[in-house]
Design a protein around this ligand. Structure first.
Ligand code: HEM
Length: 161
């Protein structure tokens, strides 16, 4: 297989990973959390969130891994490591930052700290715990969408900054 086809395949895998991952984050943020916060019983809302987000976390872990591996592989194929030293590749920095944040949350912080912390806090005040989780999801979704827009524009020749 020639290098152009390999790069195209890696790009396709990368984008499928991004769609499954950020698409899932978008659903949780714009649909699920809003609906759960309007649930008449906050405790039930919290329990549903823990169950559904727990299932999505496994999918998110797998696609985060696939997106990261395909991303670094593309950088290797493009011989593009020095892009990290060039400010106009800000979208590469942002993609990598988003990936690092999700990797830390999904593989370290959530299983070791956040899950227990959320569970304990939600038992005392479910509505406020869900509101904070919603705010965090909105922030991460906004960062992720900025990374997607920057990456698509940037890798097709636009230099926004
Ligand atoms: C370790 C993290 C990541 C690395 C190393 C990485 C690397 C790359 C590379 C090298 C490209 C191709 C650039 C080019 O053709 O010039 C690319 C494209 C892209 N990446 Fe990432 N990426 C990472 C994470 C992410 C994340 C987290 C997102 C989404 C939030 C993302 C979304 C995209 C998109 C949408 C494209 C553009 C596809 C296209 O239109 O051709 N990447 N990435």
């Amino acid at each position: 297989m020639d290098a152009t086809t390999t790069l195209a395949l890696a790009r396709a895998i990368h984008v499928i990973g991004v769609v499954l991952w950020i698409g899932g984050v978008a659903f949780v943020t714009t649909v699920l959390l809003g609906a759960l916060r309007r649930h008449h019983d906050a405790r039930e809302g919290v329990a549903l969130f823990e169950r559904l987000e727990g299932r999505f976390a496994l999918q998110a872990r797998i696609v985060t891994l696939i997106t990261g591996l395909s991303g670094f592989y593309m950088l290797h194929l493009l011989n593009g490591w020095e892009r990290y030293q060039q400010p106009h590749f800000w979208w590469l920095h942002l993609m990598t930052l988003v990936w690092l944040i999700f990797t830390a949350v999904l593989f370290v912080l959530e299983p070791l700290i956040l899950r227990r912390w959320f569970h304990r806090w939600a038992r005392r005040d479910g509505a406020r715990a869900l509101a904070l989780v919603h705010r965090m999801h909105r922030l991460l979704l906004a960062l992720s969408l900025l990374a997607v827009a920057g990456a698509v524009a940037g890798s097709h020749g636009a230099t926004l900054f």
